[in-house]
Design a protein around this ligand. Structure first.
Ligand code: PLP
Length: 427
């Protein structure tokens, strides 16, 4: 999509969302048949976890929120979640949504279609947080290390199913040394690398197969499955390239599982990233599971990859013009890197983020709390157009990174703030 077309999209989206009458807070509370847990939980969570100051500063209108503020468009996020659920329901593949992008109970309820079952998390803090929130069948999808064995053991004893990710032989005796109560065994997914180039034992290495066999044949362990994250889809330049990576990763994992089955070890297969799961190839229908996460919010990066359309991006950072710096032709805004992260650096013609509806300006510099906005190439800053206090909506390059900067999300439909969500933080 051409840059100007993309930026132009946002004014239409705003109008569409604002004119939607059906998604308001009252209608969510009045739909117990479809989302009972969510509406009930939202009230309790807000009451319990927001500090006095946060409650006092709570506004019912987006335009009145103190900035910077992280905004989640609820109808859009809900639609993204529903689409992914439906896509993999049709393919008869289990969707294990990853919670790493939003890290909220409310988001987890929506992404699991209300079941609170079968999720992946990236930290033990998330694992405990979702377990406390009534979630089960949780996969801690980061290679487990010795310092975390005890916490994993407690979660294994506590939950119906808690699984860990292993990619090293050395990890096995460390797990085995911790005897589990209640007749539990260690649930393990073997992490393999299918050219993603990050974590995992390389899928074609003999050690990968030997490790799977060792886990599969151990009495104290259950080989839950083979897990590959095809994050190399993020380096692709076209949908065809993304689908080639997805196809290749799927084939490698399925072949690996078939070889295991030939020697009597049957197990599940799981791959997934938001690009591959937003554009699945038919062969992915042979997998047991997929585990994407970013699709709940999407972002500018996903838009550029072709994973989503502009109207699918559910998050923005609200910032305001704080000063006119006339001698430099710049606007000062109250969004530094602590409100959106530095992830967009050098990746966008509009600077660190896309400024909704304003292709004529770009966010060129950020320090901790300050953001500096220039006129776009070949243009002059029109200070009249951006008076002090003017609100700007920044669309993040990477929503996981931008969300991680905030301790509260303001969940809205159009200009109406419906709820606040409090994400899990820490490790
Ligand atoms: C191990 C693992 N699994 C799943 C995911 C989810 O992928 P995505 O963010 O593309 O949805 C990630 C994301 O980084 C990951 O690291």
């Amino acid at each position: 999509m051409k840059w100007s077309v993309f930026v132009g999209h946002w004014s239409q989206i705003n109008r569409k969302v604002s004119s939607r009458g059906s998604y308001n807070h009252r209608s969510i509370q009045q739909q117990p048949a479809t989302r009972p847990e969510l509406s009930q939980k939202v009230v309790n969570l807000s009451d319990d976890r927001l500090s006095f100051f946060e409650r006092m500063s709570e506004s019912r209108l987006v335009s009145e929120l103190p900035s910077p503020a992280f905004l989640v468009n609820l109808p859009t996020a809900q639609r993204n979640a529903d689409r992914m659920l439906e896509r993999f329901r049709q393919l008869r593949v289990t969707l294990r949504p990853h919670m790493k992008t939003h890290k909220t109970l409310e988001g987890g309820v929506i992404m699991t279609g209300g079941t609170r079952r079968c999720i992946a998390v990236s930290t033990l803090a998330e694992a405990r947080f979702f377990a406390d929130g009534g979630f089960d069948d949780i996969l801690y999808a980061f290679p487990v290390s010795a310092d975390k064995v005890e916490q994993c053991a407690i979660l294994t004893e506590r939950l119906e199913v808690f699984s860990v990710l292993v990619s090293e032989f050395d990890t096995l005796p460390r797990l085995a040394a911790r005897t589990l109560a209640k007749g539990k065994v260690w649930h393990i997914w073997l992490k393999v690398d299918c050219n993603n180039g990050r974590a995992g034992v390389f899928v074609d290495q003999p050690e990968a197969f030997d490790l799977a066999l060792k886990i599969g044949r151990s009495a104290a362990m259950k080989l839950d499955g083979i897990y590959a994250h095809c994050g190399n889809t993020y380096h692709c330049h076209s949908v065809a390239e993304i689908q080639a990576v997805a196809e290749n990763t799927t084939e490698k994992i399925l072949a690996f599982c078939s070889r295991l089955a030939e020697v009597g070890v049957t197990t599940r297969s799981s791959i997934g990233s938001t690009p591959s799961c937003s554009l699945p190839v038919p062969r992915m229908g042979a997998l047991s599971e997929v585990h994407p996460g970013n699709y709940f919010f999407y972002d500018v990066q996903q838009l550029h990859l072709g994973s989503c359309r502009a109207e699918d991006v559910a998050v923005r950072v609200l910032t305001r013009v704080v000063a006119h710096i006339r001698h430099r032709g710049q606007l000062l805004v109250d969004c530094g890197w602590t409100a959106i992260s530095l992830h967009g650096h050098g990746r966008l013609p509009s600077g660190y983020a896309v400024i909704q509806d304003h292709p004529e300006i770009r966010l060129v510099e950020m320090s901790q709390e300050h953001g500096l906005i220039d006129a776009s190439e070949g243009q002059e800053m029109d200070f009249e157009k951006f008076p002090l206090g003017a609100a700007l909506f920044l669309i993040p390059y990477h929503s996981c990174a931008a969300a991680a900067m905030h301790s509260v999300y303001h969940v809205h439909d159009g200009d109406t703030v419906l709820e606040t969500w409090t994400p899990c933080r820490g490790w």
